[in-house]
Unconditional design. Sequence first.
Lengths: 806, 299, 214
Amino acid sequence: MADVTRTPTDLTQASATRGGIGESTLRPDGTLKVTGEFAYSSDLWHEDMLWGCTLRSPHAHAEIRSVDVSEALKTPGVHAVLTHDDLPAETHFGLEIRDQPVLAKDRVRYHGEAVAIVAADHPETARRAAAKIRVDYAELPPVHDEESALGDGATLLHPGRADHHAGHVPHPNIVHRQPVRRGDVAAAKARADVVVAGDYEVGMQDQAFLGPESGLAVPAEDGGMDLYIATQWLHVDRDQLAPVLGLPPEKVRLTLSGVGGAFGAREDLSMQAHACLLAQVTDRPVKIVYNRYESFFGHVHRHPAKLHYEHGATRDGQLLYMTCRIVLDGGAYASSSPAVVGNAASLSAGPYAVDNVDIEALALYTNNPPCGAMRGFGAVQACFAYEAQMDKLAAALEMDPVELRQRNAMTQGTLLPTGQRVDSPAPVAEILRRVKSRPLPPEKQWETSAPDPSAPDRSTGGARGVDVRALPGGLSNTTHGEGVVRGVGYAVGIKNVGFSEGFDDYSTARVRLEVVGGEPVAMVHTAMAEVGQGGVTVHAQIARTELGVSGVTIHPADTQVGSAGSTSASRQTYMTGGAIKAACEAVREKVLERGRAEFGSYHPAWAHAELLLEGGKVVTDGGEVVADLAEVLGSSAIEEEVEFRHRPTEAFDLTTGQGFGHVQYSFAAHRAVVEVDTELGLVKVVELACAQDVGKALNPLSAVGQIQGGTTQGLGLAVMEEILVDPAAKVRNPSFTDYLIPTILDTPTIPVDVLELADEHAPYGLRGIGEAPTLSSTPAVVAAVRNATGLDLNRVPVRPEHLTGT
Amino acid sequence: MEFLRPADWQEALAAKAEHPAAVPIAGGTDVMVELNFDHRRPGHLLDLNRVAELHEWEVGEEYVRLGASVPYARIIERLRAELPGLALAAHTVGSPQIRNRGSVGGNLGAASPAGDSHPPLLAAGAEVEAESVRGTRRIPVEDFYTGVKRNALADDELIKWVHVRKATGPQQFAKIGTRNAMVIALCGFAVALHPEDRTVQAAVGSAAPTPFRAYAAEEFVTAALADAGLWDSGAPLPESLLRRFGELCSGACNPIDDVRGSARYRRHAVGVMARRTLGWVWDAHRGAHSDDEGGAQCA
Amino acid sequence: MRVTFTVNGRRHEADDVWEGESLLYVLRERMGLPGSKNACEQGECGSCTVRLDGLPVCACLVAAGQVEGRDVVTVEGLADYAARREERAGNAEFAGSNANDPASGAGSGASAADEQRWTPKGAGPGSGTRLAPVQQAFIDAGAVQCGFCTPGLLVAADELIERNARPSDADIREALSGNLCRCTGYEKILDAVRLAAARADSGPAGSAEPEEAR
């Protein structure tokens, strides 16, 4: 057995293809992933390592009267048992507000909150020992909805709170509240010919990444800590860990290990502090891996939401005003709820031009499971509601639902409800046109002309001419066509890209160019967390384009280079891509300086302003070769590290919600075609087509893959995914048996239309991709189901009970 | 924990007699989940994979003698003609990986009301052959389920065979789930026509503490078919007959609300599936019948 | 207890195995084969799919003791397994020598003589690692994002194509219905399997050019 920690090796693309931006270059980690050699955080191993395990609260709200770890400590093979009292320094963590205890002190506030941790020789030993810890709980009534959170005599989740939102919220159980007000809603309402209103609900979705929370903490000889971790933002993890360990940040070194998906669930700390604390106390490497059950308790979920909306329009379909109130349930701790509130509020009007708005979005503290970042981040919930509204309005006006949307569609120059002008292309009408103009898939695809003689009898029991696999229910054989009605629905959404509201959003890249084996090779070092989205591929493509080299090495991501910011908010290609581009430009400048200094007298072209790096050479813009890059570099490397920022944004005014809050917007539209078994309430999505503007597709293959993946997560929210929480604030379905994500038998064909309308403010004109497809997919599916059934359907996920009146 | 690996059936019986609390494991698709999540820590695991007979089956004159560990995948591939209802149900179990390991014997051992094999066994007619060192007995499947996840086996008994009546007429099975693979039945329904004695058998899963036969519905439809002379006329079933059958099946349910679905929905869905599947088996019967007589093929 | 079984063509002994461990745990934690993944441990995700005597099963649902004397193929052994399958298909003499071997079983086992012909894994990316056609197809079609589901999918997809050289889309969906993916929406996975099947149809493994992305 190897005694070396398995970490991702340098990823080298040794391809002979050009491989610059705009090509569908293959992933550099692809080979490792298909051979099973790619080291995910759960695959890490270290000689001498101990296994850590967490004891979690079975109650959603309780006082901890006492904790007795004596039996656990006596268990052979156990090396440490820690509770809150053992914490050496800072005891709390949190992304925006440090309100969450590393280990619960005298109170637990949600089902599954961590109370104690154990380190032992074998995971089974650790589990056994944890089960022997005796905690005396006194259960308390849970705060579980708006009434119990804000009503008279409501229990305060965080009575002593002193964070930067505490001063402006109307009630201490409101994490943050953001209004947006513009124009004169009352006057507009008086002019409206038609008014539609609705109450909508979005259930709690889970990111359900496949790779479990896991990591390996290794105590270092200098008294510091080395953590190998699957996460979305190395530096923010470090910044929360260092104070907890009582160490200066430079002594806490994080390296990204392989990540099995994220989708927002890895933005908050899960097992990082626990593993590091156990490693610190035992002076041994400690690995913690959650199983799927623990995973459901170990990360934040998407905020469930209740939304009330009202729209008013003229007889010919022009939107005059909209109002809404969005209540997000943030659960026990703040996580990124404030930012989710800001997003929901500022994007709640959708990709439409509306002059008069009165918007309110807020997040509650409750004893429900903590909620935070999930792909779509507040805009998903709003999109479900405003797109339902648009269909309602279209019906009231007897207008085609796509036409109504196009009539009011945002364009470049439209003013958002926050007063920000959309300053790059916003092809909302066009993406709707694209999905609408696709030919519809053929009807009744389950009817076959004759049974296929080569296939086993799919049609069952003698019913000829029916392939059940094309019907709702599929091989579960619930219908042979009876009760099946087709429906078609449309939706479009707007998502912001990047961190907003004045956040200092930046990324760092270090690029090194040197000669290796006679060839110029670039090495790119960033802290970007590759979570599957394909950032590592694009990084190499950028380096190739900017430096004209084919060999590019991607250094493992770690804290030895400046922060890359979070892999979230659809921002990484823009930000870390932008940083790499900028670093490459700086390297190029140095190359040309060196060339001029050494060879300037040999060739007049060195005096030219415009020299480029292409194909391993220095060339003029006319294509004349001036020198070999390898020659210019000689034996000393050139290395540049650059911090890259986007245009600054501003906080939203706390009363009016006005402000230049977001740096970029992205737009996607969907058309859903469904078949619904109207008697049983079962839905089959036949096709879910998408059109999205990506500004510039740096890697078309990856872009489409991201859009299809996001679309499928939206489908899941529409028809099957929900964390069910009972009135005692306990999670009822923490397993893949009952938290259902789409299988390949549930997904439709997902044709994608990619538009490239450059945003001139962004590197290469690109637009962030990852989240927009999670917005419009859900309401498109629900619209299609409404079309098939004639039912209102104001809640997602839609369940068979809703479709059958049971 | 001890891992017992009997080399043959007699050793298996002896081991179970010696350790009545030993948990038998064959495909592992239920037992391993419990072990992996610490829900069970038996003192002994009794691995039955080495017992060859349990993987065999024999097609007899009236019955198929199915080894308790025959994987669902084999039933789908090889017993579709003899046991069509069971084959349909097997095809809805889990996933290909699960179907390569899971078995009817395992389903019976676990006796979950949501088990997919139970309704078709009840609709076709079956007996569970259980054996111990004390001897063999055959338990009619109707008597096998004694409560939620409880069965009629004594502590020292193991299931050897399941004797399932061969289909003499069309059979159907339908299962409701909110996903098209790897889903536990919200409810399940099986129906079998028995033309040789002109009866209908129907059974429901996941809508009561145990899987059950809908006797009142069966009696109704058996009588209705006779009264209207439908066996002889081969005419389609009247809507009213189908509806009543559905109502009676629905009425026989005793479902609960749980994370998967509501009791109301379960009742409703059983009614719909009862109606549909009865229609399908009857149409198939008519179609086959008129084929025999050289008549037109029905849809 | 001790468990002795064949993994990827090599006979292995695992000692001090706890009786309640699964095959998945043994592979990952005792055999140094972490390629098979643990995303649920309940048979609900397929990320632990391996071939047990040729059949795709969830390794998390096989008790360690049940694997005694049996033959397991994991993603780490997939390339060699596919190459040997090619050789058997193309080389009548080799196929002949194997046919008489009692250890062949279902045709996927490896005899002691065969074991000597297995080659060790390549040293890493870009070092000329040989890949099974289905592995190459997954890379070429963009079917790998985070990759956590990939090993299980590869084992299942490889078995499908072995069994059914021209799978329809419905066949592919059914064969992969036990494998969850959260990143891709399955579309490019379908592309990859179609690509692998098409390549297997048209010629020996690896001879087809990677397709241009659409």
